[in-house]
Design a binder for this molecule. Structure first.
Ligand code: NAD
Length: 291
């Protein structure tokens, strides 16, 4: 079993670090929040008082931080300053592709191996150890990271070179944002045309309009499997995080000169929704604004 530094013990990182500890690893955990550190201790991790202290003698460093600026800072101040050069560096945060590539280049310049490994699956999947990891980096780095990621998830997929994990993540979530809005629109129109939501679901879920947003995450309460719609749009994947991912996708599209009109519209609609709906709400709650 390995000694691992884990930085960022929030909604996602807390459950992930706990699963590494449960798998028998010696997890040196750090977060700026005292509550998060206490929860990590209760879950079997060893809390330490700085990111630098967490790096002592580790074989792997896992980061799960809010955004690219946090990742770049923690890498500059702690990881590159104090981690053993042989450690595999695994960033699981969702960040912009350009920052992920810059971090990978900086690691390579220091002779260190690094991967970007963002996740699909929310807080419940982080706790249950059923996340999907999409991994960007050289084959050898992927092979080094894979056993650690497997202890926190059920699927670990090599997406390509540095930044490819982040690229896969934001393209997937851009598609999800657009299909969720389209699914909500279809339910609202069906309702206004006099169709029962259940009847429309029964037809569309076995027809060509079918999607994950329809059959696994239906935005209408009481229809399909249990979803946040059945709990007044609480829990699930926060609309604010969908907006974050759509903004990252739009930034990447601009940098790559890609045309993404549906992604742009989805970003505009989620920006308006998050602005007006201050208490955290699931992203399928956008159906309210279409009614
Ligand atoms: P969170 O805000 O709950 O957790 C982030 C943690 O990082 C916080 O506890 C914060 O104190 C800590 N932190 C910030 N700067 C730090 C620093 N310099 N040193 C140490 N700790 C620091 O966020 P989250 O929901 O856990 O999300 C983490 C990442 O996972 C984000 O990039 C998010 O986009 C991504 N993600 C989240 C979900 C979700 O459903 N929550 C799903 C998929 C991906």
């Amino acid at each position: 079993m390995a000694r691992i530094a884990f930085i960022g013990l929030g909604n996602m990182g807390g459950g992930m670090a706990a699963n590494l500890a449960k798998a028998g690893h010696d997890v040196r955990a750090f977060d700026l929040s005292a509550d998060a550190l206490a929860a990590a201790k209760a879950a079997g991790c060893l809390p330490v008082d700085s990111a630098v202290a967490a790096m002592d003698g580790v074989e792997a460093v896992v980061t799960m931080l809010p955004a690219g600026t946090h990742v770049e800072r923690v890498y500059a101040d702690a990881v590159f300053a104090a981690a053993p050069p042989s450690a595999i560096l695994i960033d699981c945060s969702t960040i912009d592709v350009a920052t992920a590539r810059r971090v990978a280049e900086a690691a390579q310049a220091k002779g260190m191996m690094a991967v970007d490994a963002p996740v699909s699956g929310g807080i419940a999947a982080a706790k249950a150890g059923t996340l999907t990891f999409m991994v960007g980096g050289p084959q050898e780095a992927f092979e080094r990271a894979e056993p650690f990621l497997s202890a926190m998830g059920q699927a670990v997929i090599h997406a390509g070179g540095p930044g490819a994990g982040q690229a896969a993540k934001i393209c997937n979530n851009m598609l999800l944002g657009a299909t969720m809005i389209a699914t909500c629109e279809a339910f609202v129109l069906a309702e206004k045309l006099g169709l029962e939501a259940q009847t429309f679901y029964d037809i569309a879920s076995v027809s060509s309009g079918q999607s994950w947003s329809m059959t696994k995450y239906c935005p209408v309460p009481g229809v399909g499997p249990e979803t946040p719609a059945d709990h007044d749009y609480q829990g699930g994947f926060a609309a604010a995080l969908m907006l974050k991912d759509l903004k990252l996708a739009m930034q990447a599209a601009q940098e790559a000169d890609a045309t993404t009109p549906m992604g742009e519209r989805a970003a505009e609609l989620y920006a308006a929704f998050v602005g007006e709906d201050q208490p955290p709400v699931d992203f399928s709650g956008i159906i309210r604004t279409l009614r």
